[in-house]
Design a binder for this molecule. Structure first.
Ligand SMILES: N[C@@H](CCC(=O)N[C@@H](CS)C(=O)NCC(=O)O)C(=O)O
Length: 208
């Protein structure tokens, strides 16, 4: 069985879904927080997260970029809905929309003080689209706390983990961000967080 090291900063941000997928899959993994910027030049692309997998034979596989890591883990552990090319595309679409919301956090945090109002304005517009689109998708799937069918799959886990990052990390950075995700405003999104978040397979992740 493979073991993994997930390199990232000790914050709840871009690596959350990678960590949640590892936990959900029962994989053996450790988190590693390299000294930065000293270790930057030792990463394949100068950025984190980086996943290092070691298989039974001792061979290693290194992958950088959060979505590539997620896609790899979700495929490897049978968490992609693989019934048609449309289903695969739809999962990428939904996942990328979740990531687009997350991306407002670094834009706001690291942008100049005078760009913040415009970043917040764009976030507010996008949040409205995001919530409408995802609530509608979840309703069409039966309002059962899952994006596809009645089982936990990649997008469910990505939502739970990303919204945790948005609430616990992003909300302290962008005023009003958490309000968008109230149960009244986004009931079916919250249902996924409740149903999937209660799965014991995510306990290791939640305890990190
Ligand atoms: N597309 C990449 C972006 C990675 C990225 O920007 N990582 C940031 C942390 S969230 C980083 O490594 N920053 C440190 C640096 O650029 O020196 C991904 O999704 O993994």
């Amino acid at each position: 069985m493979s073991t993994y090291v997930l390199r990232y900063f000790p914050i709840k941000a871009r690596a959350e879904t990678c960590r949640a997928l590892l936990s959900y899959s029962g994989a053996s993994y450790t988190n590693e927080a390299p000294a930065w910027p000293q270790e930057k030049s030792n990463q394949p692309f100068g950025k984190l997260p980086v996943l290092i997998e070691t298989d039974e034979s001792g061979a290693t596989f290194k992958l950088s970029d959060s979505l590539a890591i997620e896609h790899y883990l979700a495929t490897k552990y049978g968490l992609m809905v693989d019934s048609s090319p449309q289903d695969r595309a739809c999962q990428d679409e939904l996942r990328h929309q979740i990531k687009d919301i997350y991306e407002f956090i670094p834009q706001y945090r690291f942008g100049n003080e005078d760009t913040r109002a415009s970043v917040k304005e764009k976030l507010d517009v996008q949040m409205k689209y995001f919530i409408e689109y995802h609530e509608n998708h979840l309703k069409n799937n039966g309002s059962n706390g899952h994006y596809f069918g009645d089982k936990t799959t990649y997008v469910d886990i990505a939502l739970v983990a990303s919204m945790r990052a948005v609430r616990e990390f992003g909300a302290s950075i962008i005023p009003g961000l958490a309000d968008w995700l109230s149960p009244d405003n986004a009931p079916l999104i919250n249902k996924v967080i409740e149903v999937v978040g209660a799965d014991p397979k995510l306990v290791k992740y939640f305890n990190e």
